[in-house]
Structure formats: structure tokens, C-alpha cells
Ligand binder design. Sequence first.
Ligand code: FES
Length: 314
Amino acid sequence: MPERLHLVVAERDDLTAAVARFVLRDPDGAALPGYRGGAHVTVTTPSGQRRSYSLVDPGGRAPQQYVICVRRDPGGRGGSVSMHDDVHPGDVLEVTWPANNFALKRAKRYLFIAGGIGITPIRAMVGELRARGGAQIELLYLTRSAEETAFLDEFSEDGTLLHHSATSGRLDLWPHLEHPDDDTRIYCCGPTALIEEVLALTAHWRPSRVHVEDFAGVDALGGRRTPFTAVWAPTGQRIEVPADKSLLNSLRSGGVDVDGSCESGTCGTCRLRLLAGEADHRDLVLTGQERADHVMPCVSRALSQEITVAPTAP
Ligand code: FES
């Protein structure tokens, strides 16, 4: 289980009609656990859902506050609407320690591509790199319109290529991605369509140079689904996973307490060890190497008739 904090909402304001910014602090003014750009925290919303949000300020060892931005998504599963409608200054929220699946790796040059609310981790990463100095940074920030652009003023004056599709159409990314360069790392965060486009246009790049974070995540019950049996290694309990239920929810129904947050394969919270059997990996978190002995049960299933899983820590 990730460690939890109880933080007070010190400030709340609206960056756009749909994006609200929340500043979270320790009620007694204590410093908070440190983090690096690209990190996220998981917040328990007043509606009881757990949702992961990127920390938008540059990281540090002992920050005084965490700042998150939440885009209201009326068609979503309710977490963002609850954050918008039910969270007010003075409220206390349960928040996990920061985790980071989108960490900055060393490079001479960085190309950041942010789509919409995907600017949130990238703002922290760019801020951190600029403070450190020495690296060449290019940022493409794609939104629908100026009105829907969080941090518009900030990114209007710092050399960012701001592109609004409502007035300028789709941005052609090819000129930015045409020439592979081992000294460059690409970080892209945004909607699935943008991620897929960037991955397609960088197929000729070395995979280790391209990093993506997909907020939309994976549909837990999408794609091919067949029933299988999960064996919970600590007790030997056998749990049937039907075609219409995720491995995570089947384990929970069987009385196994497995933590989860995004339930869409993006946050890394539900990670289990894979001890036996063949997993059908669908997450956006694990590296190819990690997939040999780990599985994300919120979205991944089994290719074999049975898989054996265990917690990552005893
Ligand atoms: S709960 Fe987020 S990856 Fe599984």
C-alpha cells in the first residue's frame, strides 16, 4: 500500500472553464515528501474514488505544497466532477506519497509534446530542467483554443510552440519527429490519439528515447476477454476471473486487498508480482523487462488458463 497523507486544500482556483487548480498543504505546515518532475499523487475524491493527478510544480526534496490540476470530465467515471463540485478550501483530502512513472532521463535535448491537460507533468519537468540549466528544451503545447489553455500566459512568453486546433487545424508533428536523434528524448502526455500519433511517427526512433504518458488509459474490459483462474500465492486461494470482470476486481471480490487508483493501467498503483502463468499485458506502465515478472491487474488478464500473483512487498 502506498503511504498516505492527509492534506488540507489551501487554495483552489479555476485556470480555465474546465480546469481547476488545487494547492494541497500539510495542516501543520510540515514539509511534504519530495518528488521529481513527472510524478503524480493519488487523491481520494469526496465521492470515494481514487484518481491520479500529476504534480504541476517543479519537484524538490521537501516541498511545502503539492499543486494538482483537474480537468472536469462530465463523461468520465465521476472523480473529476467530484473534485470540481465537492472540494473547497479548508477541506482535507487523503493523498498518497508521490510516485513517478514518467521520470526525466538524462539527455542533451528534450522535445516535450503536451496535449490539453497533458501539460501538467510536463510543466513540472520543463520547470525542473530550466532551473537546472544546460539542456536544450523544445515544448509543443497543443490545445483546442486559447480559452481552453491552462497556464496560457506562462507558455505564451517562454518560446513554447502553442498551437490551437480550433483556429489553426491539426499541427503537423512530422517536421519535429522526422530525424531520429539519440541525444534527444521525447516526452509526450495527452489524449490517446496524440500518444498514438507520436508513437507512430517515432517508429524509426530508438524506443528508449520516446516516453509517453496516457491519461485516458486502457479500458479494463476492452479487447479479447476470456475467463481464467488467479492463484493468490500468499494463501494459495484460487479465484475465478470471469470475462466481464477485471483481475483486480475479482481478487477484491475474493477478499484479497489489492490497492488501485486509476483502474486504467496508467498509475502503477496496483502492481503485483507474476509468479507463474502467462499474462496478457495491457497496461501503460510496465517496461518490457518488468513484464516478465509483474502484472497490473486493473487492466491485464491472462493468456494461460491460470496465473499466480503475489504482492510486490511482503
Ligand atoms: S490501478 Fe492504476 S495501473 Fe492499475
